[in-house]
Design a protein around this ligand. Sequence first.
Ligand SMILES: [Fe+2]
Length: 438
Amino acid sequence: MGCQHHDPYQDSTAGGARSFTVAMPRLSFGRGVLDELGERASWRGFTRVALFTDPHLVDGPLVARATRSLAAEGIAVTVFSDIRVEPDDNSVTLGAEFLTGGSFDGLVSVGGGSVMDTAKAAAAVAAHGGHIVEYFAAPVGAGKAIRGPVLPHIACATTAGTGSECTSISVIRVNALDCKFVIASPYLLPVDAIVDPSCLDSLPNHALASTGFDLCCHALECWTARPFQTHAAVADPRARQLIQGSNPFSDLAAREAMEIVSRYFVRGVNDASDHEARDKLMWAASLAGIAFGNSGTHLPHAMSYGVTHLMKDITTEGYPVPSPFVPHGISVIVNAPSIFRFTAEGAPERHLEAAHFLGADDSGAAPDDAGEVLSTRLIELMRATNMPNGLTALGFSEAQVGALTESSIRQGRAIANAPREANAVDVENMYTGALSYW
Ligand SMILES: [Fe+2]
């Protein structure tokens, strides 16, 4: 399995893909690059910009820096900030109306995943019409394709986790269905990603803990995803799924991201003034975004949706969001140790390598130990960053395992990207294994 993951020239399995595609925006990284937004927007030809952000950032210093930089280049800016932390279809509809009402020639987002994902989805609806739900795959939506360009988008990330500034993916909650779904299209890829680690200087420790696990799982899921050669070949390259499996490029970025997590995650969470650690984590988040944007995630992200959908009567400490709410990174990591115990059998070397990159004590470990070594390391990181101890700490009990499974099993494409086939009973068993860890 290891060789099959690494060798892009190896023959594909029967009917499998023989090529892969890498997409990423023009990426600018470093302290101060947010102040270059104006020049970059001007170079793109922007003269009238719609700036998307959220209610918590709109009056803060990061949006002020962005608007100052745009104004210095003579670019007119109109701000839209009616965006939920869990972005929903209502935010998208309002955002699309805002875009169509303004004759803008450029879109800028300043925020975390919620803001960037809303900007992408609103741009799609503004350009191609309809309601965002129509763009989701059947049976939820009509599978409406995004068949042409949308407003060019410069994404300025303010957290270190989502990687959305580097992906062609938007995840939106549909209120009527009480579910989150994904839309993906090459046209959703931002033209520029601006990643300025000084944005993390004011990010609370608990927020970095959650977003850090999001980036950690993006990298881990890329590294352990089925190789691209085992995904079906497509006759029309335009039809290639963004979930194309692990490939040499996503491997590069995912490995580096995991090694950064190993060295800097706990430091960055425990000390907001540790700029070295936080700057590295910001870089790792973009790397992991590039990685999963070109490989797809698998079971930890698929099973996180069940947790998000069924959360009741809990507000995660430190977030200014009404109940029920669980940060995305927590909903992903909470099941991950149990999941990797299961998936290791499908690609033991890969799991052992991932554990090594994440700093596990793997001395003398054999491939049969891979799942345990990796999950033990993840649990260590969870304990070191004050994560909830499994699903019970989020208010779930064994009685809800069936409902969690029913909710997550709809994420068929992501589940099929896992290195080991998983049916509903397997998913139930993984949720049961995630009830508590210590
Ligand atoms: Fe994620």
